[in-house]
Design a binder for this molecule. Sequence first.
Ligand code: ATP
Length: 273
Amino acid sequence: AKARLFDKDNDQKVTFKDVAGLEEAKVEVMEVVDFLRNPGKYSELGGKIPKGALLVGPPGTGKTLLAKAVAGEANVPFFSISGSDFVEMFVGVGASRVRDLFKQAKDKAPCIVFIDEIDAIGRARSKNSGWSSNDERENTLNQLLTEMDGFGTNAGVIVLAATNRADILDKALLRAGRFDRQIEVGLPDIKERAEIFAVHLKKLKLDPKLDTDFLARQTPGFSGADIANVCNEAALIAARKNKNQVERQDFMDAIDRIIGGLERKNKIITDAE
Ligand code: ATP
């Protein structure tokens, strides 16, 4: 998902009902929602509210959606940046963007800061590269670490970051007081796929005979983003045929088309079920 550079997101409010499946991840982020809603409850007992959590999982599984839902459920602002926006930036720009982002966030606290594709800035730093001091990515990462250490534990800024490669992240990011919690956001199983279809089918004018279990069976290996794509594609196919509702065959055609796209991307479609 492409994120704007630390604009407060103006998208319509997202809540947990927009996020299908991911029951365990929802339970874990529910804690974050509670920290944001009732910070006093924790600090009065001397508890330190966590500063950050890492959402880990394959592309398109709903990490961005879940982070937005945390902000939506807690009714707080959502600031987002993407690690990939920092690639090939001029010297000093990345670090100053990070500084500005956290300044805004602290002003608007309580709030959520979301860093998509954190691996793009958070890859392990090279140990013995003579160029390391010139590496803008490292400057950006160092600034991020400085910011996370700089605000007090109960400042009301909670940083959620997403990656599909937790294993390549700099260990400094995972240290206590930074992203010390990891939340798995995996590919949906057959039951979860049916639930994701149900969310996205709500927007369509459907043949009443269509059932989500059938669609879930036809889509092993699909992510939530793939399923959202199937639903949209099916509606376009039906419209092209001048139908007045979206039918089973339109979904079959859409699924074929998406599988074709996935195969071109060399994605291996497997299904453990
Ligand atoms: P990436 O790693 O590519 O940024 P991501 O994990 O952040 O992906 P999202 O951007 O949250 O994935 O998902 C893209 C879209 O796919 C969502 O906006 C939503 O429409 C749909 N989607 C993904 N997962 C779910 C889900 N669990 N429930 C409902 N819709 C989903």
